[in-house]
Design a protein around this ligand. Structure first.
Ligand code: ADE
Ligand code: ZN
Length: 337
């Protein structure tokens, strides 16, 4: 039996590099937790503005109020990743905002320990490598930024792979995290800020200036050919999430999304789902939509998956066999589904 074209991409080996952990909860689990807690289900898929979207994300964080829920979340997220052909999963999270371990900076270590242990267990069970991106909430001030970097550094050898920077870019430029990025880099961590999502190409340029290893979104680089050239020259990957960009009004439709243009300009891109339950997509669906609605061929999407594996922080013993399997997927005339 031939698989639906959209699910064919589940067999394509890939790394998922742009996904916010709390928003990767299964909708069924989300509904059950809301039921148990007698709270309304957060709005899904439609948001009047970015602030209301971030509020919905905050409600998801608040539901994770016990270690048992964290463990269940990780088990399901990693199981789902395995089913989507994801061999390496880098998930973003803000440990300081953990509802299960409230109390700010001191509790953040406990939150992160719980999360990393659950991720490692789930990774072993489901055969997926996992890495955590400790994220700075860019609206929470310089102390939080530095504390997040120090927290990430303390867990650098225990499952944290990078420092991220999330939330609304407008009024909170990437330059505000320069010192935090330096701390992360000194600890051997990667630096993967959100930039060029709500703000323009100057923010992508600033992120490059601060030594970003990858940029989450970065799509508005397309507005400045010089920034595109710089990205292509340096091989810095953009972790692009087209459905997120459409839902949040960055672009009016997938047909008008700049991913094909970015690839044409020689910019490396990976595909991610960003906040799956809030946008109603998983990473396989993002590949399918890129194929069916953005006109990207299977060959080009194979290159996207290849880039995701090459730029992932996963070790070579994870990525090398996946790259071999990817070449087989690409060369098979009737690929296994
Ligand atoms: N946090 C969760 N999703 C985000 C997004 N798309 N942009 C910035 N911060 C986020
Ligand atoms: Zn994101």
């Amino acid at each position: 039996m031939t698989a639906a074209p959209s699910r064919r991409f589940a067999a394509l080996p890939k790394a998922h590099l742009h996904v916010h952990l709390e928003a990767a909860v299964r909708e069924s689990t989300l509904r059950q937790w809301c039921d148990d807690d007698e709270v309304p289900v957060p709005p899904l898929v439609t948001y009047p503005d970015f602030t209301e979207f971030l509020d919905a994300y905050g409600l998801l964080i608040a539901l994770l109020r016990t270690p048992e829920r964290i463990e269940r979340l990780l088990d399901e997220v990693v199981a789902d990743a395995a089913a989507q052909g994801v061999v390496a999963l880098e998930f973003a999270t803000i440990p300081e905002r953990s509802a299960a371990f409230p109390g700010g900076a001191t509790a953040a270590d406990a939150a992160l320990e719980c999360l990393l242990s659950a991720a490692a267990d789930a990774g072993r069970r489901h055969g997926v490598w996992t890495g955590a991106i400790v994220s700075i909430d860019r609206s929470a001030g310089p102390e939080h930024a530095l504390e997040s970097a120090r927290l990430a550094a303390r867990w650098a050898d225990s499952g944290v792979v990078a420092l991220g920077l999330v939330a609304d870019e407008r009024g909170h430029p990437v330059s505000g995290a320069a010192e935090a990025f330096a701390v992360a880099r000194d600890a051997g961590l990667g630096v993967v800020p959100h930039a060029g999502e709500l703000a323009g190409p100057a923010e992508v340029c600033a992120a490059l200036g601060l030594g970003a290893d990858r940029i989450q979104h970065g799509v508005r680089a397309v507005e400045d050919p010089a920034v595109l050239e710089l990205l292509a020259e340096r091989g810095v990957c953009l972790d692009v999430c087209p459905t997120s960009n459409v839902v949040l009004g960055v672009y009016p439709s997938l047909g008008e999304h700049p991913l094909p243009h970015l690839l044409d300009a020689g910019v490396r891109c990976s595909l991610g789902a960003d906040d799956p339950v809030l946008f109603g997509v998983d990473v396989v669906e993002e590949y399918a939509r890129a194929h069916e609605q953005m006109g990207l061929s299977e060959a080009r999407l194979t290159e996207v998956a290849r880039a995701s594996l090459e730029v992932s922080f996963a070790p070579a013993d994870v990525t090398a066999p996946a790259l071999t399997a990817l070449a087989q997927w690409a060369s098979a005339t009737d690929p296994p589904v």
